[in-house]
Design a protein around this ligand. Structure first.
Ligand code: PGA
Length: 251
């Protein structure tokens, strides 16, 4: 099955509006003509609008989160419709930092996926075990629960644009990339799990990204793995040249 690689840069809490525009201008030049890889940037909410104004056609945008309601008395929140209006095509949902620091539970993640689908934003569901989970041999039960609860009650057609990002928490921002054995083992486990929950064909077309200390020096070996369809990149996406090297992993 042909799955178009997706390389996404998650800027987290970095770059104001002018820095975002400066980045996109530089980065746009560096990745000019790259069309065999889908390129995605996830700037902070406040930069999305200007990022979109300056984005070339071969770069798409994602939010880093969204709220479940469209409007109302929810101070500090951003609705799916607002995200869509800035020009975003995707929404990152359930990132481990949202789970750790900002109260994302599996059921809230499920509602956020529903909210994104309701306006046509493609959800990127992030999952991953902590170091403790791995040490206790709980990796697969943790991932199983995050996937089943996160995707509970959706049909295949609801999830036609779903992307899953496997990001072991112990590999995020630590410089410790998971070994290729671990990554392939988990990705193939996830593809089998999705096949069990839905159908084989659905699972075969689903893109599963790896995230956690991806950089120019390790992206190719990760992308060579059968079940790795892309990368979600944090730290190494902050520099346009560095991130362009990751995007051009094919050489
Ligand atoms: P990192 O972050 O590349 O800095 O490890 C990945 C992520 O959190 O998506």
């Amino acid at each position: 099955m042909d799955r178009k690689p997706l390389i996404a840069g998650n800027w987290k809490l970095n770059k104001n509006c002018s820095e975002s525009v400066e980045y996109i201008k530089k980065f746009g030049e560096l990745v000019k003509g790259v069309n065999d890889v889908e390129i995605l940037l996830a700037p902070p909410f406040t930069s999305l609008y200007v990022a979109n104004e300056n984005c070339p056609d071969n770069i798409n945008l994602s939010s880093q989160d969204l709220y479940i309601n469209e409007n109302g008395a929810y101070t500090g929140q951003i609705s799916p419709g607002m995200v869509l209006e800035t020009g975003c095509k995707y929404a990152i949902i359930g990132h481990s930092e949202m789970r750790q620091f900002f109260g994302d539970t599996d059921s809230l993640v499920n509602e956020k996926i529903k909210a994104s689908i309701s306006v046509g934003l493609k959800p990127i569901l992030c999952i991953g075990e902590t170091e403790k989970d791995r040490d206790l041999n709980n990796t697969f039960s943790v991932l199983d629960k995050q996937v089943r609860k996160g995707l509970e009650s959706f049909s295949e057609s609801d999830l036609k644009d779903l992307v899953i990002a496997y990001e072991p928490v112990w590999a995020i921002g630590t410089g410790k990339t998971a070994t290729i054995e671990i990554v392939q083992e988990v990705h193939s486990y996830l593809r089998d799990l999705i096949a069990k929950m839905f159908h084989n064909e659905f699972s075969e077309q689903l893109r599963i990204l790896y995230g956690g200390s991806v950089k120019p020096s390790n992206v190719s070996e990760l992308m060579n793995l059968e079940d790795v369809d892309g990368a979600l990149v944090g730290g190494a996406s902050l520099d346009p040249l560095e991130f362009s090297k990751i995007v051009k992993f094919k050489g």
